[in-house]
Design a protein around this ligand. Structure first.
Ligand code: ADP
Length: 899
């Protein structure tokens, strides 16, 4: 037998390409061999040994009833687990793999995230490369029945962006994608999805089309404009076939094919989602935008809000509708709270619907469906009682599901289901009395038989005058009469002893046996009939999958809009006005930072004529906060939310692109500069004149001249070719000169106040480039000896008086700074006395002089200064400037060497 089992396991394992196999053996699911060791380790299961053909096999098992949580744990770690069930056949049994549970098809999930399964197909085009290909994508969430398909013309970056919108738990690469190492690598690195291979046949155009038609009806593709989209159809067919073959039985919950809204959507790539900390914090303990604004009361509402944030839209009509809803809810405080309280009683019906379709819902699940359906009319009542909400989009949202059908289903469930059913579905107690005549009859008979047994003890006590007599039931003895040892002599003839205990004996009688059989018969027939009625009911609910999805989505949307209203009211947010061009924010704040500090609001104006802002200011002054708040206000406006500002006019953008510091990528082992340039390349390719671009310190990852050149060139390109609305924070002060060359570039700076030796960050954003004198303050903070700091102040004022510095531009980066480097100049003596502080440590560029301590310049340094003074920065190209600086540095180095 043992040999057989291991052999059978190994044979079944051959059949499947799943990572692990769980095989039913009686009351347990067992893993053998390597699988057992692996599962034992991962899930902390006890590993025993099974011997087979003289060798010992590791074995680990879980009880039948506890498989689900173990499966869930394995699948959430990214493994695919095949499950083989055992069947009785002619006295023996057989085992067969019935389903494969995978990350993208796991039904049992409680978290508030959607669980998408994705397929990606590439049409035509060579391997990899930057040339544009045509991709088809499909996304299915078996837990809610959502299904989206789309086609993308572009590069792998666009595919990733679309993937990020859905954050799939599992990805099926289609035939051509499997050999595209570049795309596969990026999917592996930059999504959390498990990559799974599915049969190529499923992706074949004709097969896939037939699968899609069969699932959604032959009109579906045309009705969502995907009739010609072979890629999307192939991806959709692949996904459907995969769901079918994994055998989770949820295909029927997918009732509607939806185009994913990429045309009306906003491009929000992976990097940007992370940079803006929309739903995941960058570091530990960081607070995300979602955490901050989520006041939803249902898990479906929270899930929808997350989706909105990751998938902002451009469609004005929809944005206006949502904002109207938020506005109405913001005004109707009482009705809003009533609404939210009612919503709190709703369950996740979209997920319950999928459970029902797959046949895994129990009676408690159906009660939850009933209770959620009951929420709908109560919400309608709450809204009808409120003048603000009566004619608002909230009323429209609630009018979407077929209310009569919902009420009918609720009524049917209410009539049928018992009030407090057990978790199992086989033991009866599921169905209410009065629902089915046959069942009522069985219940009557059952109860009469039970009554007879209940009264038996009293009757027997009286009849035979035995005081210590009781009745009971257990598994081995069935029903019995028990008499205490002191009275066993009184026991009448007709009692048959069946057991002798320490203090008592157990008996039965013919009549009791008869009644016992009756009770067992009733029990069995009753639970069979209840199960049958329950299954009919569950079928009925499963058939209403589309209705339940409608209800679920309507409730989720109400919850989401109410949540946005709650936040708007409690944080004094304002409704953004959607305009045709530009971005004008009055008193804008950062939605997350404003919760943590006393926030100083700032204005921002981008127009056709002033579309590119160079943002300067000392470190920590608030540059990146200002830029991020701009992106977040735009994004919030484009999910239909109010925004943290006194007023805001927003022209919806087609994409938000960011490039900021790359700490996390460093950890992945790519060079910062390479990552930075790859992202910059992506932005320059993808952004349009309707996009918003945020660049924080681009060009920092390389040697300074390269950095400035790239930043300069990128700015020109963004300004002249892409024409995107751009905010560009830089510590290259040279770049503030761009405003003189390019018409639509303007300088702003985050102000700081220098009084005496103190710098106070004012956090206000003002016109014009920054005053660069903070460098001295930073040198002071960094521990540069006081004589040097003091002397540098003198030098600075001298130089300012000569206007030399204004002409030269900043020395705030290290190489330009080297011209006046503390470490290489005549200050060397005193600087070294402080431990040889290097220019690098004086991060925010410091201006000092190549002077001797007594203040007299050596002749070479003087000639360099003259040259600096003579240079007209406005008429010299950046490249020329750089080469001159290089020359000056060389001359100063020579001076030093002479000493
Ligand atoms: P920078 O990008 O210039 O180095 P940050 O934007 O990171 O500076 O800002 C540094 C800190 O200053 C932030 O963590 C925040 O706490 C604070 N801060 C920024 N802007 C404001 C503001 N407008 N009002 C209040 N505090 C702010």
């Amino acid at each position: 037998m043992a040999e057989g089992i291991v052999g059978e396991f190994l044979a079944l394992k051959e059949e499947t390409d799943a990572d692990l196999l769980a095989m039913q053996c009686g009351d347990f699911y067992e893993f053998f061999g390597d699988d057992a060791e692996f599962v034992g380790e991962e899930l902390d299961l006890k590993i025993s040994e099974k011997s087979s053909h003289g060798s010992a096999y590791p074995m680990a098992g879980v009880p039948l009833t506890e498989l689900t949580p173990y499966l869930k744990a394995l699948v959430e770690r990214g493994y695919r687990v095949a499950v083989a069930d055992q069947y009785e056949v002619d006295g023996g049994h057989e085992r067969a793999i019935e389903r494969v549970v995978t990350p993208g098809t796991l039904l049992e999930t409680t978290d508030s995230e959607a669980r998408y399964l994705a397929a990606i197909v590439r049409e035509g085009g060579g391997n990899g490369g930057e040339d544009e290909s045509r991709y088809g994508l499909a996304f299915a969430d078996v837990t809610t029945g959502r299904f989206h398909a789309t086609e993308i013309v572009g590069g792998s970056e666009d595919v990733l962006t679309e993937c990020y919108r859905f954050a799939p738990a599992e990805i099926l690469p289609g035939p051509a994608v499997r050999t595209d190492d570049d795309l596969l690598g990026r999917l592996r690195d930059r999504t959390d999805g498990t990559l799974s291979l599915h049969t190529t046949d499923a992706f074949a155009p004709d097969t896939a089309r037939a699968t899609v038609d069969e699932q959604f009806g032959s009109e579906a593709l045309a009705s969502v404009g995907l009739d010609e989209a072979t890629g999307a159809i192939r991806a959709a067919g692949g996904v459907l076939d995969y769901v079918d073959t994994t055998g989770v039985g949820t295909l029927a919950s997918m009732t509607r094919l939806q185009p994913s809204q990429s045309k009306e959507g906003v491009a929000l790539d992976a990097t940007t989602q992370r940079n803006l900390e929309l739903v995941e914090p960058m570091g530990d303990g960081g607070r995300t935008l979602l955490d901050t604004i989520d006041h939803t009361v249902t898990s479906a509402g929270g899930r929808l809000l997350r989706e909105w944030l990751c998938r902002p839209i451009r469609a004005r009509e929809e944005l206006t509708r949502r904002a109207d809803g938020v506005e109405a809810l913001a005004a109707a405080a009482l009705a809003r709270e009533e609404l939210r309280e009612e919503l709190g009683a709703a369950y996740d019906v979209e997920r319950l619907s999928s459970k029902t379709v797959s046949g895994s819902a129990d009676a408690r699940d159906l009660l939850r469906v009933r209770d959620t359906l009951a929420v709908l009319p109560r919400l309608v009542d709450a809204i009808e009682g409120s003048p603000d909400l009566q004619n608002s989009p909230i009323a429209d949202v609630l009018a979407r599901p077929d209310r009569a059908a919902a009420e009918e289903l609720r009524g049917a469930l209410d009539e049928a289901l018992a009030e407090d059913p057990p978790g199992g579905v086989r033991e009866g107690d599921l169905i209410r009395r009065g629902y089915d005549d046959d069942l009522d009859e069985l219940i009557d008979g059952h109860e009469a038989a039970l009554d007879w047994i209940d009264g038996l003890a009293d009757r027997e006590k009286r009849r035979h005058s035995i005081t210590h007599l009781s009745t009971g039931r257990n598994k081995t003895d069935g029903y019995y009469i028990q008499v205490g040892n002191s009275e066993t002599d009184e026991v009448p003839e007709e009692y048959d002893q069946i057991k002798s205990l320490k203090n008592a004996n157990r008996y039965t009688t013919d009549e009791l046996d008869e009644r016992e059989r009756e009770v067992f018969r009733f029990e069995e027939r009753r639970s069979d009939l209840e199960y049958e009625l329950f299954c009919e009911l569950r079928e009925r609910v499963a058939d209403a999958a589309e209705l339940l999805q409608d209800v679920g989505r309507a409730l989720a949307e109400c919850d989401c809009l109410a949540s946005l209203a709650v936040h708007a009211v409690s944080h004094d947010w304002t409704r953004p006005e959607l305009v045709d061009s530009g971005l004008d924010i009055d008193g804008g704040r950062h939605p997350v930072v404003e919760q943590e500090v006393e926030f100083v609001p700032n204005d921002l104006a981008l127009t056709e004529d002033r579309a590119f802002l160079v943002v300067t200011g000392p470190n920590m002054s608030g540059k990146s906060t200002y830029m991020r708040q701009t992106a977040l206000i735009t994004l919030l406006a484009q999910i239909g939310s109010f925004v943290p500002a006194r007023s805001a006019q927003v022209a919806p953008v087609d994409g938000i692109y960011t490039r900021v510091g790359a700490l996390d990528e460093l950890a992945q082992g790519r060079s910062t500069f390479m990552v930075e340039m790859a992202e910059l390349a992506n932005i320059l390719h993808s952004a349009t004149d309707e996009s918003l671009v945020i660049l924080d310190e681009v060009g920092r990852g390389t040697a300074t001249y390269d950095g400035i050149s790239i930043a300069w060139a990128a700015t020109e390109y963004l300004h002249n070719e892409v024409r995107a609305k751009t905010l560009f924070a830089t510590h290259y002060h040279e770049l503030t000169g761009l405003a003189e060359h390019l018409d639509r570039v303007a300088n702003v700076h985050v102000a700081a106040d220098e009084r005496g030796d103190e710098v106070t960050f004012l956090r206000t954003v003002e016109e014009g480039p920054t005053d660069r004198s903070y460098g001295i303050h930073v040198a002071d903070l960094a521990g540069v000896p006081e004589p040097v700091v003091g002397r540098s102040r003198d030098v600075l004022s001298k130089l300012r008086a000569e206007k030399a510095i204004e002409a030269r531009g900043s020395s705030s980066d290290e190489s330009v700074q080297a011209v006046f480097d503390l470490d290489s100049g005549s200050f060397r003596g005193s600087a070294s006395a402080d431990g040889g502080r290097t220019a690098d440590e004086l991060s925010e560029g410091e201006t000092t002089e190549n002077e001797t301590v007594d203040g007299s310049l050596d002749p070479d340094a003087e000639s360099v200064l003259d040259a600096v003074q003579e240079t007209n920065i406005g008429e010299t190209s950046p490249i020329e400037l750089m080469s001159r600086v290089e020359e000056w540095q060389r001359r100063l180095d020579d001076t030093e060497d002479d000493e």
